[in-house]
Write a protein that binds this ligand. Structure first.
Ligand SMILES: [Zn+2]
Length: 442
């Protein structure tokens, strides 16, 4: 019996290292991993030669915003950007859409809005907000990959933060079903009013101690309840030691950071360039170096986009006011190149990148069929040229509003082709219909 597709590469990034291999696909799954030159019966035999074969990336931190704020971003545009960037699975955040995903009916609305529009596979986070504790278990049973909470104002009124008692209570409920809580960890008590409109004033208003105090609360609540907790978009590298200590003590804690914290430094942010605004902020180059070390040491588990676009007018284009601008950086399509550009300079390998951006996020979200080139897993494949450089042209970005701090930057490493469950994406021929599925945990 023949295979549906065979993809060969002299540099296939497999779970046990990079080597020449042929990945044979039967149906939607990886059926065999054979020698590069193996004779395999198939109608479609693709030889990538020296191009790298990566597992499709898993991005567990994406704000799609549909339904409700679809003019900010939507499933069709976000998932097209993902496919172009080598990301074959995204997990959609529960906030910024209306309604927020804080109940089973809201999840149903979200899934209905996504159905038929997705170019990659999409899983969903639920939200933990004051007053919805009775919905957590039903949402878990409905297949969300975990629950997001804020420990300070989220920026949208319909998704309020948990206080310390609410955090503990939610973690206690989630511990009973071994569900994951992910937390936006900044402490409102440590956030100061911005003294000006400029980037420096904005960064000073959200100091590292705000992240530290909030992470302390998460660690102590996780320790008290035995629940699994995860710190989203870590920016303040001084927290790495505390996270390492908690892990060493057996507390079930993980952490992620983002390409923009690993690529940019505050010193490089031009005056008024509000496209660089994120919360927490991009910090200085010393902090960036320490974040890299935390990642390389395995304390930070994954790298995720925190893709969070908005219309250009909300990004305060023209006014340059960092206080008023929406905090969010959209990088679904660029994250792999941005991370690889710096990682290769540091002597890291694509095995490291695949761990940070594919296998670790898949494990975090409880998606065992994703993130690895392994027999039985989904045939999500990426052909990647690790040596090609390109200048970021916003006109080539697929997300809805191509506002990006990466505009004009020269990045290294380009996605040449993406397959989702064995189906080639974005070949330029205009596929008949989006083939992404809506996933549930497990
Ligand atoms: Zn986010």
């Amino acid at each position: 019996m023949g295979y549906d597709l065979v993809v060969r590469s002299r540099r296939a990034v497999l779970p046990d290292g990079t080597r020449a291999a042929a990945v044979a696909v039967g149906g939607a799954r990886i059926a065999a991993i054979a020698d590069y030159g193996a004779r395999l019966d198939t109608g479609r035999d693709v030889d990538l030669g020296d191009l790298v074969l990566l597992p499709g990336l898993v991005d567990p931190h994406v704000h799609v915003n549909e339904p409700g704020r679809t003019e900010w971003e939507g499933f069709a545009t976000a998932t097209r950007a993902a496919a172009a960037g080598g990301v074959t699975t995204i997990c959609d955040m529960p906030l910024n859409s209306l309604p927020p995903t804080v109940s089973v009916p809201a999840l149903a609305e979200k899934r209905a809005a996504a159905a038929g529009k997705c170019w990659v596979d999409v899983a969903f986070w639920g939200g933990a907000v004051p007053g919805n504790e009775a919905s957590l278990r039903p949402l878990h049973e409905a297949g969300v990959v975990g629950f997001k909470c804020f420990l300070l104002d989220s920026g949208v009124p319909e998704f309020p933060p948990l206080d310390v008692a609410g955090l503990r209570s939610a973690l206690g409920t989630l511990a009973a079903v071994d569900a994951l809580l992910i937390a936006h960890a900044e402490d409102a008590a440590e956030i100061k009013p911005s003294s000006g409109r400029d980037f420096g004033s904005f960064v000073a208003s959200r100091p590292p101690v705000a992240e530290r105090r909030a992470i302390e609360k998460v660690i102590s609540a996780a320790a008290a309840t035995g629940a699994r907790a995860h710190i989203v978009h870590l920016s303040a590298a001084e927290c790495v030691a505390m996270i390492a200590g908690a892990k060493a003590a057996g507390i079930r804690l993980t952490a992620e950071t983002c390409p923009h914290y690993l690529y940019f430094a505050a010193e490089q942010v031009p005056d008024g360039a509000t496209e660089f605004k994120s919360c927490p902020p991009i910090r200085d180059s010393v902090n960036r170096e320490a974040l890299w070390r935390g990642l390389e040491a395995g304390v930070i588990d994954c790298v995720v986009s925190d893709h969070s676009p908005c219309p250009p007018e909300l990004k305060s284009f023209g006014s340059g006011d960092f206080g008023a601008a929406w905090g969010g950086i959209a990088s679904l399509q660029l994250g792999l190149s941005a991370v690889w550009t710096v990682a290769r300079r540091r002597g890291r390998t694509l095995d490291d990148v695949a761990r940070w951006m594919a296998s670790a996020p898949a494990a975090l979200a409880g998606l065992p069929a994703k993130g690895r080139l392994a027999v039985g897993g989904d045939a999500d494949l990426v052909a990647f040229d690790p040596d090609e450089t390109y200048v970021v042209d916003p006109a080539r970005l697929h997300h809805r509003h191509p506002v990006t701090p990466y505009a004009g930057r020269t990045l290294t490493g380009r996605v040449r082709q993406t397959w989702l469950r064995g189906i080639p994406l974005l070949e330029g021929k205009g596929e008949a219909s989006p083939v992404g599925r809506l996933l549930t945990r497990g």
